[in-house]
Design a protein around this ligand. Structure first.
Ligand code: SF4
Length: 895
């Protein structure tokens, strides 16, 4: 009321932060609307920085100060130059140099605001080690500012104090709001100004509660339920949620509030007062990626994301570009980093019949032209001002973000992006010229350092950190995370300033007493910001026992258990409505792609077989800097195929194997041949030669060990490797490829499948085998007359774990002489019944697939789903929640 009356009387209010100024402005307008006014004068509210700048400019208007006031990017660049010039090891790399520069700026600001007497070099002569290094940097900074006519904004209040002290004009009184702590420089400036008051705190809350919850999740859920109840009771209620770690917990907090208040407008119920880095906001992120991509590589996941947005291309172009990415993956040509040149080369040539090409031709022409123009420009260093003109120009030529109308938040983000680019251009203040990649680094850093929050929609729930909540008032407040460690917030002293100086000047975190006093004043202010205030803390935080804040206990009493109405139901309501779909669309008998994997999928989960075979759904293996696990597995198969392919270069029997004198050299020849043939030139170019050499050595060692192991077998002969078969099972025609078929000593055949992962014959167990590949080969791919089955085995070829594992009729006679009875192969021999049972089960799986059985029914949840990758399509999570609900209901009715 005091602030409102002051503003209505035309008085000036100075706030501690721009957030507090915005909050007071919104509250002022809301109050006028509540009075049914249609027009009223704008309130005179200025945040501290704006107030200082405006007052300084007023006093230098008649006698202008020629110095340039630095912006943060310019000031950091000067500190980075100074830190780099001192040749400290930590400043050789760009990243650490700029981190040190940011710390130098912070230390300078702390001196300006808390202990300006240390700005005089003589007072710092006794500083040692890191503080001494900082002192030298500060002297260099002062010298640069003096010689180049520059002024740091941190010095403005000090300069203003002098101007005010020499100016006897009567100045209007000030009312201060949202200052949890008045810094020494602020107090000195307000005193020099004249009359000032601090706004009185309102009456403390009448309802104060302190709760304890089992963990942070239930604490957050309780807060979201509380907010929902408050809004249900009063739709005009204004709520404030205060949390120490609003930035790191942002996603978690959003989910909790959306879950409790589901609905299309739920996201409009709350807003965070603290923004997120502009580099994480979709539109500026896309603009930055696109500009980077014109001259350098971007990661494959960044490219996937960029092409899926509506910013980099029109919707039609975007879907055609995503089709190109899918085709690249189907051709197994994914790569960890993509240059624009590589990507354009991967787009099918217009002569190849592809309906996406006419759409892509225009996009390709646009981006190729932009690439070539920028490559031309990037040959010479330019001033940052000149570089800053390029991103808007190129984005315009690429029709960036023009295909769909922008929302208000997107429009604001675009405006902020342009401001950031201009700020980077302002680095030309000292006439420096830089290369294009350096300009891109500055742009990336500035985007990271710039926080963005769309203009407030005045949402009913405001979420803020304790310090950011200054100036905010509400009908009720909930403060999360009031543990002993977090309330008062702990922090450390500044590493570049001597601890005794920090203690003497009462700088933040210099003593526990200072932290306590600040937390006390924040808490007192919060208690006066609403008639009802709730505090809560989790008993367990990140698996560690937590204690309640002593400060909150002093003010609100011992914590109580959460009231039952704030405790979330154990199982959240399902996001989907269960619907029993009993319809089935049968599959026409005949060929089906995918080989034995179709029936393996049908057994693991019918929906998986349906989605992969009939909808062509696939999960992608992420590209890696080296070879992917699949590529390594394929190379191993090729090497073994080459070795067992028979004369002139290979061998085809146990006897041949025993007569190889130097197995390692023999294997090495095959490995080199395979690496030469199988690794595409484009792939080879991306990998260091040494990496491929090491991969060759690894393969040689692995296969040599395997051949040593096979040397101990009973005599055998390899009949076929990579044996192709086409078999029809219950009307379903499958193309199969068997890794290897051996003739054993008793005339029977052994089906061998090479594996580099963890495998076990248990995966063939009925009634729902996890894998049917080998039972299917054994039951359907062999000519029973000519090729009577002796067994089926996985050849496990893993470093340190090389063995056969599987089922063999008579392993001691046909596989390994003197095989011990305790070995798994001897304990579980193959039987004719096994074969018959597998045949029946596999035929049934084929019939189910043809009949259109596509139920979401994993054989072992969640294990089967963990490596499936189709969760977003089958929505298994929601399905399980619905099933859990049903189980609970039926258990309740049983009782
Ligand atoms: S994620 Fe699980 S339920 Fe979904 S398709 Fe895969 S195996 Fe089936």
């Amino acid at each position: 009321m005091e602030i409102d009356a002051w503003l209505r009387g035309g008085g000036l209010v100075v706030t501690a932060s721009d957030r507090a100024a915005r909050a007071l402005t919104i509250a002022f307008h809301r109050a006028r609307r509540a009075e049914c006014l249609t027009a009223w004068p704008a309130p005179n509210i200025q945040d501290w920085k704006t107030f200082v700048r405006a007052a300084w400019e007023d006093r230098t208007r008649e006698n202008p100060d020629a110095r340039l006031i630095l912006n943060p990017t310019q000031e950091q660049a000067i500190w980075a130059d100074i830190a780099g010039a001192h040749n400290h090891l930590a400043t050789l790399l760009e990243g650490p140099r700029h981190r040190l520069a940011a710390m130098g700026m912070e230390a300078h600001e702390l001196l300006c605001s808390h202990a300006p007497r240390y700005l005089r070099p003589q007072t710092r002569s006794a500083w040692q080690q890191d503080a001494a290094a900082f002192s030298t940097w500060l002297a260099a900074f002062d010298e640069t500012c003096l010689s180049s006519n520059l002024l740091s904004p941190a010095r403005l209040p000090l300069e203003l104090i002098s101007l005010l002290e020499s100016d006897s004009t009567l100045r209007p009184p000030l009312l201060l709001a949202g200052f949890d702590r008045i810094l020494p420089v602020q107090r000195a400036l307000f005193d020099a100004w004249g009359t000032w008051y601090q706004a009185d705190l309102a009456e403390p809350a009448t309802h104060i509660h302190f709760y304890e919850s089992p963990d942070a999740k239930s604490e957050l859920a309780a807060c979201a339920i509380w907010a929902s109840c408050q809004l249900a009771a009063n739709t005009n209620a204004r709520l404030l949620v205060v949390t120490q770690d609003a930035t790191t917990r942002r996603g978690e907090i959003e989910r909790a509030f959306l879950q409790i208040n589901p609905g299309p407008t739920s996201s409009q119920l709350f807003e965070f007062s603290l923004g997120i880095p502009l580099s994480q906001v979709a539109l500026p992120k896309a603009a930055h990626l696109l500009i980077r991509w014109l001259t350098g590589p971007i990661a494959e996941h960044e490219l996937d994301w960029l092409l899926s947005t509506s910013y980099a291309a029109s919707p039609q172009e975007s879907s055609a570009l995503q089709a190109v990415m899918r085709a690249i993956r189907r051709r197994n040509q994914q790569q960890a980093q993509w240059t624009l040149r590589d990507f354009l080369a991967a787009i099918p040539h217009p002569s190849e019949s592809d309906e996406s090409n006419p759409i892509l031709a225009q996009w390709t022409a646009r981006i190729a032209e932009a690439q070539s123009k920028l490559a031309d420009l990037a040959r010479r260093p330019q001033s940052p001002l000149e570089w800053a003109e390029q991103p808007p120009r190129f984005l315009e030529s690429l029709h960036f973000a023009t295909s769909t109308p922008l929302s208000s938040a997107e429009f604001q983000a675009l405006r902020r992006w342009h401001q950031v680019v201009e700020t980077c251009g302002s680095l030309g203040f000292d006439g420096r010229r830089i290369a294009w990649p350096d300009f891109l680094s500055i742009l990336a850093r500035t985007l990271d350092a710039t926080l963005f929050a769309p203009e407030s929609r005045d949402a009913p729930i405001q979420i803020a950190g304790p310090a950011e909540s200054a100036g905010l008032t509400a009908d009720a407040i909930w403060c999360l995370g009031a543990t002993e460690d977090a309330w008062p917030a702990n922090g450390s002293t500044h590493p570049l300033l001597p601890p005794e100086v920090q203690r003497e000047a009462a700088m933040p975190h210099a003593t526990p007493q200072l932290d306590w006093e600040l937390a006390h004043s924040i808490t007192t202010r919060l208690l006066a910001s609403a008639p009802e205030v709730h505090f809560s803390y989790p008993r367990q935080s990140e698996a560690v026992e937590a204690r309640p804040s002593r400060l909150i206990v002093q003010l609100a009493g011992r914590p109580q258990s959460l009231p039952p109405e704030f405790i979330a139901a154990p199982v959240p309501s399902p996001l989907t409505i269960p619907f029993e779909d009993s319809s089935r669309i049968s599959y026409p008998p005949g060929k089906v792609p995918g080989g034995a994997a179709v029936l393996t999928s049908q057994s693991q989960c019918p929906f998986k077989a349906f989605a992969t075979t009939r909808l062509d759904a696939q999960t992608w293996e992420p590209a890696e800097a080296g070879l992917t696990p699949m590529q390594r597995g394929n190379l191993l198969h090729e090497v073994l195929h080459s070795i067992w392919s028979g004369p002139p270069y290979g061998i085809h029997s146990h006897n041949d194997l025993l007569h190889i004198g130097d197995k390692k050299s023999f294997v090495l020849n095959h490995v080199q041949q395979v690496l030469q043939e199988q690794i595409r030139p484009a792939l080879r170019e991306r990998m260091p030669r040494r990496y491929l050499e090491l991969e060759g050595q690894r393969l040689t060692r692995l296969v040599t060990e395997w051949l040593e192991y096979e040397s101990t077998r009973v005599a055998f002969e390899v009949l076929e490797t990579e044996a192709a078969r086409t078999e029809t099972i219950a009307g379903l025609t499958l193309k199969l490829r068997l890794d290897r078929i051996d003739r054993l000593s008793d005339g029977t055949v052994l089906v061998v499948d090479y594996k580099t992962g963890l495998v076990s014959p248990k995966s063939w167990d009925l009634p729902r085998p996890e894998d049917v590949q080998l039972p299917l080969y054994a039951g359907f791919a062999l000519d029973r007359e000519k090729e009577p089955l002796g067994g089926l085995v996985f050849a496990k070829i893993r470093p340190g774990d090389q063995c056969f594992t599987g089922r063999v009729f008579d392993p001691a006679t046909t596989l390994f002489p003197g095989l011990k009875n305790i070995s798994a192969l001897a304990k579980n021999p193959l039987t004719a019944e096994d074969l018959m049972d597998w045949r029946d089960a596999i035929e049934q799986l084929a019939k189910d697939f043809l009949a259109g059985h596509a139920e979401v029914d994993p054989r072992e949840y969640p294990k089967t789903c963990e490596r499936c990758g189709l969760q977003s399509l089958c929505r298994i999570q929601e399905h399980r929640i619905a099933l859990a609900d049903e189980d609970e209901e039926s258990e309740a009715s049983d009782e």
